[in-house]
Design a protein around this ligand. Structure first.
Ligand code: KIV
Length: 276
């Protein structure tokens, strides 16, 4: 049996996630690296290797430039360091919106090369057909509706969706089409509470909200936002730590010690062994 197969059996399954609809909330955080995955794995039901990695780790302005290679590399790191959470890897912009055969080949490559259990796609108007194609061929899919970060070049900015009647109906339709096409859960991002509740009540699979109120079946946040690594975070983020402050304090203290000669001390120094 391969390492991937034995590992997958110990993990929360896609079926278990779907079975949580309307029950205890699903807990999901993003993870991009092995150390973070190891810390978060026992705490979370799902770990999302989000394409937000492009902005959070690689300093990109948006997620459009994220590549298959980046997602696979980060997916592998998260899989190596986790044991129990269901791991989902984002399909990057351009890897699934065209021909469904290409989407299938890219999804299978992600699953095979990382060992993750599912992929996530941003469910624009044309993607339902692709989700059906993937799920019928054994690729578990998470959908993503509402604010779709990969659509930033069309939308012009990251902004909440569904706040007027036309957009509201469009987001509901996308969520319904995504669920009907076979997605086992749907991320709902950046929508008002009423719309999030309506989607959650309408579709038969769990909704996982980010900036989408308490009216969802679970919640996801970008871990680095929640840990306070950035000066600015969106309104919907609650900061549970001030890691930016902690890192700054620690780096300053170390730099001061180096400059004053207080680091390294004898306890942090190797000495030659005394001759016998
Ligand atoms: O890429 C990501 O981190 C995501 C979350 C914002 C849901 O898609």
């Amino acid at each position: 049996m391969s390492a991937h197969a034995s590992n997958a059996n110990a993990r929360i399954s896609t079926r278990q996630i779907t079975g949580r609809k309307g029950r205890d909330p699903i807990v999901c955080l993003t993870a991009y690296t092995a150390p973070m995955a190891e810390i978060l794995d026992p705490i979370c039901d799902m770990l999302l290797v989000g394409d937000s990695v492009g902005m959070v780790v690689h300093g990109m302005a948006n997620t459009v430039g994220v590549t298959m290679e980046m997602m696979i590399l980060h997916g592998q790191a998260v899989m190596r360091a986790s044991r129990q959470a269901l791991v989902v890897v984002d399909m990057p912009f351009g890897s699934y919106e065209g021909a469904k055969e290409v989407a299938y080949a890219n999804a299978v490559r992600i699953l095979k090369e990382t060992g993750a259990q599912a992929v996530k796609v941003e469910s624009g108007p044309t993607v339902a057909e692709t989700i059906a194609y993937l799920t019928r061929r054994g690729v578990p899919v998470v959908g993503h509706v509402g604010l779709r970060p990969q659509a930033v070049l069309m939308d012009g900015a990251f902004r909440a969706r569904g706040r007027n009647a036309a957009e509201h109906d469009c987001v509901i339709e996308e969520a319904k089409a995504t669920a009907s096409a076979g997605a086992f859960c749907v991320v709902v991002e950046g929508v008002a509470e009423g719309l999030a509740r309506e989607i959650t009540e309408t579709i038969r699979v769990p909704t996982i909200g980010i900036g989408a109120s308490a009216g969802c079946d679970g919640q996801v946040l970008v871990t680095d936002d929640m840990l306070g690594l950035f000066d600015w975070t969106p309104k919907f983020v609650r900061r549970y730590a001030d890691l930016r402050g902690e890192i700054t304090r620690a780096a300053r203290a170390w730099a001061d010690d180096v400059r004053s000669g207080a680091f390294p001390a004898p306890a942090e120094t190797y000495f030659a062994k005394a001759k016998a």
